[in-house]
Design a protein around this ligand. Structure first.
Ligand code: NI
Length: 140
């Protein structure tokens, strides 16, 4: 079935676009549009996957963020205090001059783990967040 195609214009930082173009070249996409469509599909799949996380889970949130973004570390700390009842441990690594890595281990209701990850993702200056979850193994 032929679908209607909508055209959109997006603004991107130069570095982000340069990195993206490098990847679509390596992966052999025929056009930038094709690469962006694929990236959006992956974004949707990952969002839907997060929405499906149910029951008691162990989660690991990995965050890479800009150390120089004003207020970001305070906001990250605030979110971790808000979710202290399910956060078991966290680790901070100074990656380089500009970047920090934070790894947070949680155990709790899947939807709470998801909400904690989403709040961290939404912070300005956060470059990358990955949530992985595993079940506790009781039913395996
Ligand atoms: Ni740091």
């Amino acid at each position: 079935m032929e679908q209607d195609i909508n055209r959109i214009g997006i603004s991107l930082p130069e570095n982000l676009l340069k990195n993206f173009d490098g990847i679509i070249l390596q992966r052999g996409y025929s056009s930038r549009s094709e690469g962006i469509r694929d990236a959006i599909r992956n974004y949707i799949v990952s969002y839907e996957w997060m929405n499906d996380v149910q029951g008691e889970r162990v989660g690991v949130i990995t965050i890479v963020y800009s150390h120089s973004q004003r207020g970001l570390e305070d906001n990250l700390t605030e979110i971790q205090h808000e979710f202290e009842s399910i956060i078991k441990s966290s680790m901070h690594v100074h990656l380089d001059h500009d970047n920090c890595l934070e790894v947070v281990v949680l155990r709790g209701e899947g939807q709470d783990v998801k909400i904690a990850a989403e709040k961290m993702m939404a912070l300005k200056g956060v470059k990358h967040v990955k949530l992985t979850t595993t079940s506790l193994g009781k039913d395996l």
